[in-house]
Design a binder for this molecule. Structure first.
Ligand code: HEM
Length: 407
């Protein structure tokens, strides 16, 4: 059987429409809403010949495939590559790219490191940093919000929270771009991201060792699990690497997207200022509306069936979370940004056993930034055009020129 993008070529399952689309086309990655709508309209699954994959974008099937770890495994990679056929570009993640029972062990350790209590303890520090940054930006006038706020805040607070002795914001941001672009095909985005390897990977790997971590922070909790014999030293290093891989680009994107939503829909910003208790549902709505992780894959570990569609062993399935989060059968008026809705069940943080283990931290970071903005800023306005940055797995802003105004 032929191999395409690191996985087996598959036959078109009976009844599944063939759609000649490239989900990794930069135009789609920058502005995916029409692609999302068309994907949902075609049926529970489509077959995409360019990559010989199935894709789903309706909420029901996306949730089923994404959360059923027994039939749709993560251990064969959550990108296009099937790890049973090809070696991944780096040693696989021992939390994201493994299945139970191995997953339960590493998940328990990371869940402890990133527990609600551990992240609540950081609240005060986060608020101090956020207030400082927002004051600086108010003073500055117009600013580039991706670099000066969305990247600046997490790359200041996150390394401290992990306990890194050394910080290198550029390497953290670039490594995130590599990890997520690597999940796509061998396209220009992936190749450009991989070209950053020599300047970022050695630094990242170096920071994961015990000697480069302070004795307080998420890293210390992970190494305490190694001392207790729950995991070994090498596993502890890999779990720190998981934090550095998944903990920066995602929150950078979450903060950038929140700012973009509030600048794009000033009436919603006004509503939030009038009722700050809406802050949590507002961020959930940002996640639903913008889907920072637009798609991840699963691999069928045996012949199976979903919604009447027969899926063959080894099939790669692109789970388009962004499309599922705009499914009109799940939410009324899904293309409306409405901070008053309770978007329970959105898939932006995943679902099931692999659901985001860093979500408490992400929410705490965003809450600090939004609290500061609500207290200090009366209006958020664009000073130029917002531009989205194509990435094979992340839907993030590239440029966001803004100004904060006070009354
Ligand atoms: C807005 C911010 C974030 C978003 C949208 C997000 C999104 C996601 C999604 C969709 C998954 C599921 C992947 C899958 O099922 O294959 C996931 C898992 C994960 N996330 Fe996040 N994430 C965010 C922040 C963070 C942060 C701050 C950290 C770490 C500090 C983190 C660490 C992880 C890890 C380690 C996993 C794998 C969990 C497992 O496999 O059990 N994430 N995230």
């Amino acid at each position: 059987m032929k191999i395409i993008e690191g996985h087996h070529e598959i036959d078109v399952p009976d009844g599944v429409p063939v759609w000649d689309v490239d989900p990794y086309d930069v135009n789609i990655l920058q502005d995916p809403s029409d692609y999302y709508a068309e994907l949902r309209s075609k049926g529970p699954f489509v077959f995409i010949p360019k990559y010989s994959i199935l894709a789903c974008g309706r909420h029901k099937e996306t949730k089923e495939v994404f959360s059923d770890w027994e039939r749709f495994v993560s251990s064969r990679g959550v990108g296009l590559q099937d790890f049973e056929l090809e070696e991944p570009w780096r040693p696989r993640s021992i939390i994201l790219e493994v299945d139970p029972p191995d997953h339960a062990i590493t998940r328990r350790v990371l869940a402890r490191a990133l527990s609600p209590k551990a992240t609540a303890d950081l609240k005060e520090d986060f608020q101090i940093e956020a207030d400082k940054l927002i004051d600086e930006l108010l003073e500055k006038g117009s600013f580039e919000a991706v670099v000066e706020l969305a990247e600046e805040f997490p790359t200041t607070v996150f390394p401290k929270a992990v306990g890194l002795k050394e910080n290198n914001s550029r390497a953290l941001v670039d490594y995130g771009a590599m990890v997520f672009n690597a999940l796509g095909p061998d396209n220009e985005l992936r190749r450009n991201a991989m070209a950053m390897g020599p300047t970022t990977v050695p630094w990242i790997v170096e920071q994961c060792s015990r000697k480069n971590l302070k004795d307080k922070g998420f890293g210390a909790t992970i190494f305490a699990a190694a001392d207790a014999g729950e995991i070994n030293e090498e596993q502890a290093e890999k779990l720190v690497r998981s934090l550095l891989s998944a903990g920066v680009d995602t929150t950078v994107t979450g903060i950038g997207s929140a700012l973009w939503c509030l600048a794009s829909f000033p009436e919603q910003f006004k509503r939030l200022k009038e009722d700050p208790s809406l802050m949590r549902p507002a961020f959930e709505e940002v996640l639903r509306f913008t889907s920072p992780v637009h798609s991840f894959c699963r691999t069928a570990n045996g012949d199976t069936e979903v919604s009447g569609v027969k899926i063959a062993e080894g099939s790669k399935i692109l789970c388009v979370l962004g499309a599922a989060n705009a499914d009109e059968t799940q939410w009324s008026d899904p293309n409306k940004f409405d901070i008053g809705r309770r978007p329970t069940g959105h898939l932006a943080m995943g679902t099931g056993i692999h659901g985001c283990v860093g979500q408490n931290l992400a929410r705490a970071e965003v809450a600090a930034v939004l609290t500061s903005i609500l207290n200090k800023v009366d209006k958020i306005e664009f000073t130029g055009e917002a531009v989205w940055r194509p990435n094979n797995a992340i839907h993030a802003l590239d440029k966001l020129p803004l100004i904060f105004k006070t009354a």
